[in-house]
Structure formats: C-alpha cells, structure tokens
Design a protein around this ligand. Structure first.
Ligand code: GLP
Length: 260
C-alpha cells in the first residue's frame, strides 16, 4: 500500500487527477472504475478542467461505477446516475454508451449483477478504480462482514451508512436500504486502486484500513493485499496513523522514475 499524505484535499485531488490523467494520456482506450460521495468531487472537477484545457480526451474511455441504490430511478436527484452525470459526465466528451452504472431498477438483480461483471471483463478489466471509504470501512457499498472475495451483488446498508447518507435524502427514513455494489473481489481485480479520504471524520477508519489487521469488519483493509493500492489522504484523515512520518519520508524520497 502506498500512503500519500497531502496538505489538504485540493492537493490530494490534484495528485489523484494527475494519476488518472497519465493513464488516459498513455493508454487512450482505458477503463476507469468510479466512485461517488463527497470525496471524489474535486478529482472530477480537476479532470473536467484538464479536459476543457484540451489535455484530456474521454472519447475512448470506458467507465464502471461502483454502486447504485436499489429501487431508485436513474433520474432521482440522489441516484448515483444523477450524481455522475451532474458532476462529471455531462462536462466531458465521454460517449454515453461507454458509461456503466449499476441499474437500481433491474427487474432481475442477480442476472443484472452477472451481466455487469461480464461487461467489466469484456472491456478488458478496470485500469484504475477510484475509491472513497465509508466511516464504517466500506468500499463501494461493501459493508463490514462482506466477503472479501465477493462479486457484484445486492447488499443491505448498515445503520451507520443510512445515517451518513441521510443528508442526500431529506432524512434517514428515506434512504433506500438496498444497493447494488461491485464486490470486494471485483474491486481487487482492478489493476490499480486509488482510494482517497479527507477530514477528521475519516481518521479512525483510515488508521484501521492501513495499519490494522485485514478483516471483513473493515472491508477496505483488504487493499493491503492489492499489488497497486494508492491511498491519498489529507492531514486530518492521516492524523491517527502511527507511521505517518515513514509514509511522508517514502513519498519525499521516491526515485524520479517512480514519481507521479
Ligand atoms: C458512499 C459510497 C462510497 C463512498 C462513501 C463515502 O457510501 N457508496 O463509494 O466511498 O459513500 O462517502 P463520502 O466520500 O461522502 O465520505
């Protein structure tokens, strides 16, 4: 796991954007795994800026989103489909047919999930998976106790996540209880994972993910087993890490050829 501590979320998001931009510029036809929530908003803003400046072309980029609420129409303002189009896709030149977001209204959810997994494979697998982290340690919507080998499937949200996401739904009672999420195993097959976390609220869970044991009770901790997991955090989210001095030292002493 590479842990990179940046002064604030702006610097952290610019660095994450640089990593994504380098992939697009190098590979052209590439596959991005995308996340929602507050955390990646500045990353998307920065990618949009680079696109508008003529530095990034999304014509041959394919995307797969991590998750979506079950029973929510894509046009619902709190759906992840609305989020992605509002905050990212409508501002870039990605062809609509290259965008994939789980269908919360799929009549046969297990069949849809199998098809989603098949589509990721058919696209050649995910090059970079962007991730946030829930305060309970979830990635995507893989709540604590999720199998670390799980595939795309339906999940039931924890009370904690219902509370955390209530702000998007005018109260906890309106948050759908079920979601479709890529599995932990699906995420682990991405060639690179790029997890961001910002703010004091994430400090505990970041410490458990990076320095705690690998456990299904903190699904994000499985990233310790990923060959290319990059964790980009701000000072506040890093505040409970025991080895932060070491992570800073490693980053400051990266050989030139390894720098982003
Ligand atoms: C939701 C999403 C996750 C995201 C998490 C954290 O639960 N399903 O993919 O990482 O929220 O959200 P935020 O970035 O707003 O803290």
């Amino acid at each position: 796991m590479e842990v990179i501590i940046q002064p604030d979320k702006k610097a952290a998001s610019s660095l994450a954007a640089r990593i994504v931009a380098q992939l697009i510029q190098r590979k052209g036809e590439c596959v991005l795994g995308l996340a929602t929530g507050n955390t990646p908003l500045m990353l998307y803003k920065e990618l949009i800026r680079l696109h508008k400046q003529g530095e990034l072309d999304f014509e041959r980029v394919t995307t797969f989103n991590l998750d979506e609420y079950v029973g929510l129409s894509p046009s619902h303002p709190a759906s992840y489909t609305s989020y992605m189009w509002e905050n990212f896709f409508k501002h870039i030149n990605i062809p609509a047919h290259r965008v994939h977001i789980p269908d919360g209204l799929a009549p046969d959810i297990p069949a849809f999930c199998r098809q989603y997994e098949g589509a990721i494979k058919a696209a050649g697998g995910i090059d970079i998976q962007v991730l946030g982290i829930g305060t309970d340690g979830h990635i995507g919507f893989n709540e604590p106790s999720s199998s670390l080998a799980s595939r795309t499937r339906i999940k039931t949200l924890t009370k904690q996540t219902l509370e955390d996401n209530a702000r998007f739904f005018n109260g906890e009672e309106n948050v759908p209880h079920h979601v479709i999420t890529m599995g932990v195993g699906t995420i682990m097959e991405s060639r690179k994972c790029l997890l961001m976390a910002f703010g004091k609220k994430k400090a505990d869970v970041v410490a458990r993910m990076v320095e705690g044991p690998i456990t299904a009770m903190v699904p994000a901790s499985i990233l310790q087993m990923h060959p290319e997991a990059v964790v980009i955090i701000d000072e506040a989210a890093a505040s409970k890490l025991e080895r932060s001095d070491y992570y800073r030292w490693v980053y400051d002493n990266k050989p030139d050829w390894q720098k982003y």
